[in-house]
Design a protein around this ligand. Structure first.
Ligand SMILES: CC(C)(COP(=O)(O)OP(=O)(O)OC[C@H]1O[C@@H](n2cnc3c(N)ncnc32)[C@H](O)[C@@H]1OP(=O)(O)O)[C@@H](O)C(=O)NCCC(=O)NCCS
Length: 149
């Protein structure tokens, strides 16, 4: 199936929020998502004729890009689409003259960490108790990762 990538605009936020809410225990609000469009942010969603597969949002400042969010619609996870979108994030980040990529991931989010490690990210630090726990009790560490592009 052919996948196409579309730049995310404010008009897309409503439909992408549907995926955001399904993907995260503590999703972005519509307002936060809307504030991550254009300017120093860049993002795309991936789609086929069957519909939207997922999206990523990046931020870039002074030659370094941060992966702010990446989501694959739950029914389609584990089929290689996350890797396709992550590679697309690298391509776009490089085309915007960034030579380093950064991200933060929940310590318990093993599937995301496997995706990142398999694509060359390495852990550079931890932020203790950074996220409210996915199960609503206590807090969870953030793992900070980086990769040279
Ligand atoms: C994280 C996420 C984007 C990954 O997308 P995906 O389409 O499910 O992942 P893929 O099928 O492309 O898998 C990519 C790699 O991760 C590995 N992987 C994925 N899930 C895994 C799991 N549960 N355990 C071990 N490895 C896993 C795969 O083996 C694959 O590695 P390979 O291609 O080098 O063999 C997706 O699961 C998601 O949207 N999760 C919810 C939102 C989220 O947590 N986003 C990240 C925020 S930091």
């Amino acid at each position: 199936m052919t996948i196409s990538f579309k730049k995310i605009t404010l008009d897309d936020v409503e439909s992408l929020m549907g995926i955001e809410i399904l993907c995260h225990s503590h999703p972005w609000t519509h307002k936060t998502f809307s504030s991550c469009i254009d300017g120093r942010y860049f993002g795309e969603y991936a789609q086929t004729t069957a519909g939207i597969i997922g999206f990523y949002i990046g931020e870039h400042v002074a030659g370094e890009a941060t992966l702010m969010d990446i989501c694959i619609t739950p029914d389609l996870q584990g089929q290689g689409y996350g890797k396709i979108l992550l590679l697309r994030f690298f391509e776009q980040a490089k085309s915007l003259d960034n030579n380093m990529a950064w991200l933060e991931v929940r310590a318990k989010n093993i599937s995301a960490q496997m995706l990142y490690i398999n694509q060359g990210f390495t852990e550079t630090g931890r932020r203790t108790g950074y996220y409210p726990s996915a199960n609503g009790f206590g807090y969870e560490d953030a793992i900070v990762m980086k990769k040279t592009l």
